[in-house]
Design a protein around this ligand. Structure first.
Ligand SMILES: Cc1cc2nc3c(=O)[nH]c(=O)nc-3n(C[C@H](O)[C@H](O)[C@H](O)COP(=O)(O)OP(=O)(O)OC[C@H]3O[C@@H](n4cnc5c(N)ncnc54)[C@H](O)[C@@H]3O)c2cc1C
Length: 524
């Protein structure tokens, strides 16, 4: 290379450096607190919807040593089980798309094909237990299920069954509006606005119990069907059922629904109608999870979103300095970002905001997940043999109960792995009563989801009127992996629209995602 060429090369190099510098100078930096599905989704959608000139560095802070938050697994006897968020719905389009994007395995739950026996325990006795066909022959099982379908149609009538199913379907079809293209779907500045636009807001102003009575379901129908839906013994579409419930049970509306809401949200039918409908949808057919653990969705999105990840770094303060926010961590780190996203519930955290922020008080419902490898004690349930204990023991609301549900996760050669959900910690003494053999026990205390009420009150998406955003404000509507992703997608659009100075932003400068989002429906 002669002198002339060298001069041109160094001029080109300087020009590229200057260009890069000017690009970087305009790009906004984003700090995200929390590496669960919410935080990971914000990073993902910011990258999908913008160019490097708009969003520069994204930093995620995670106080734990692993990503995923409430998506986590435990390993017992070499097998991995979901410890937090476990079940996904077939219409959870964002998370389903993540699995495709990240090449993750979509896994059907263990009991998708075979039937899981269910019992409803009131603290003293089983008030209901399903009957098995006692045959492994598919033809016999099919015959039993057809016979049950006929019994069911005669018992409830087609219209009643339709009403039951349509309550959940109506919620789901409204929720699907959140996957519409940008042109049809505004950017939402508040949870209320987002719920009202989809027609879901009213469901959060009344309790699940009020809603179900309001749509005209008879208490008997709710008592019987809702519980069977939970069980998975009935598929809403094919109307396959097992033995119906006894008619004489007390307060059937509360009784049947509570079995589900206690398992899914650890609460009673006093939760809001929307949280209740999401809970019921989580007991329908076609449910799935990610093979190896749902947490891999967060890990994969973070890996692919060009993010600087700080594990073991807990943020303790967020201060507005005029043009940037300064985030300080408990281990002495200090970071400046133009945008801050809070992707974790603030309810039990002590993050100091300067200036102060104000959000409605909200309690988290704690769920204790206890994993036991061993054998249940039939005598505890007043039964003779271990095989008489149903694989899923649900419960009704009663002061006498020390757990919400117990389910078999895996049958080993000589013992089993069980998962217990309870509102209070399970003491060792209690576990020794319930189990005759206990080889291994793992206990996790989750600040699991909001304590739902009706009418719900919502924190703002924009916490300081400027550029601090709160993904988990949406959790008052319903808490699930998909709702976190849906809220995160809106937050990503909200950030981009506000950075571009267009408050009611639809699409022009936003990197179009129309192709992908329309595929979302057709492919799935
Ligand atoms: C027992 C249980 C069962 C569930 N079952 C289901 C189910 O079957 N299906 C379903 O869809 N959903 C289920 N959920 C709900 C679902 O798991 C959650 O709604 C979802 O995972 C929430 O994700 P997120 O990213 O919004 O919050 P999180 O997952 O809670 O992520 C927040 C992250 O922020 C981190 N963090 C907090 N404070 C700080 C700080 N100051 N600095 C740095 N990092 C911080 C936390 O460590 C955490 O990793 C269940 C939840 C539980 C607990």
């Amino acid at each position: 290379m002669n002198k002339h060429h060298r001069q041109i090369a160094s001029l080109l190099f300087c020009t590229i450096l200057l260009l890069l510098h000017s690009l970087h100078a305009h790009a906004h930096t984003v700090c995200i607190i929390g590496s669960g599905i919410g935080g990971a989704s914000v990073a993902h959608f910011l990258r999908r919807y913008s160019d490097p000139q708009t969003i520069g560095q994204i930093t995620i802070f995670e106080r734990n040593g692993v990503v995923g938050g409430r998506m986590a697994t435990v390993t017992i006897a070499g097998e991995t089980f979901e410890a937090g968020g476990s079940i996904l719905h077939p219409k959870n389009y964002h998370v389903l798309n993540y699995t495709k994007y990240l090449n993750l395995q979509v896994k059907a739950p263990k009991h998708a094909d075979d039937s899981l026996s269910l019992g409803i325990w009131d603290g003293h006795k089983f008030v209901y237990k399903t009957l098995n066909s006692n045959s492994n022959l598919p033809i016999v099982q099919r015959f039993v299920s057809i016979a049950n379908s006929i019994v069911m149609l005669l018992r409830y009538g087609v219209f009643s069954l339709f009403r039951m199913s349509s309550f959940v379907e109506a919620m789901l079809s409204k929720f699907l509006r959140y996957y519409e293209d940008f042109g049809a779907r505004p950017v939402f500045e508040s949870v209320e606005e987002m719920l009202k636009w989809a027609g879901l807001y009213n469901l959060t102003t009344r309790t699940l119990g009020e809603e179900l009575v309001g749509v005209g379901l008879s208490p008997l129908l709710i008592q019987e069907l809702v519980t069977l839906l939970l069980h998975g013994a009935i598929d809403r579409n094919t109307l396959q059922v097992y033995e119906p419930f006894p008619r004489e049970s007390p307060d059937p509306v509360e009784w049947g629904c509570e079995v589900i809401t206690r398992i899914n949200y650890g609460q009673s039918v006093n939760i809001s109608g929307l949280a209740g409908a999401v809970s019921l949808a989580g007991s329908g057919g076609g449910l799935w999870s990610v093979g190896g653990g749902n947490w891999q969705m967060a890990a994969g999105l973070i890996n692919r979103s060009n993010v600087e990840l700080h594990l073991h770094e807990e943020i303790e303060s967020v201060s507005y300095l005029g043009d940037v926010y300064e985030l300080n961590s408990t281990k002495g780190g200090s970071y400046n970002c133009q945008v801050t996203v809070v992707a974790t519930p603030l309810d039990e955290l002590n993050i100091l905001f300067n200036p102060e922020i104000s959000i409605p008080p909200r309690k988290l419902q704690h769920t204790h997940a206890t994993f036991v490898r061993g054998l249940l004690n039939p005598a505890y349930f007043g039964l003779e043999a271990l095989s008489d204990i149903p694989e899923l023991v649900g419960t009704i609301e009663s002061a006498d109960l020390s757990f919400s549900s117990i389910s078999v996760l895996k049958q080993h050669d000589k013992d089993m792995t069980y998962k217990i959900f309870s509102r209070e910690p399970m003491s060792d003494a209690l576990l020794d009563d319930i189990f005759s053999v206990r080889v291994e026990t793992i206990k996790i205390n989750w600040g699991a989801y909001p304590h739902y009420q009706a009418p719900e009150k919502y924190a703002p998406f924009i916490l300081d009127g400027n550029h601090v955003y709160y993904v988990n404000a949406f959790e008052n509507a319903a808490s699930s992996m998909e709702t976190s992703a849906v809220a995160a997608e809106n937050i990503a659009r909200l950030i981009l629209s506000r950075l571009s100075g267009q408050d009611n932003y639809s699409s022009p400068n936003l990197k179009s995602f129309t192709g992908d989002s329309s595929k979302m429906h057709s492919e799935l």
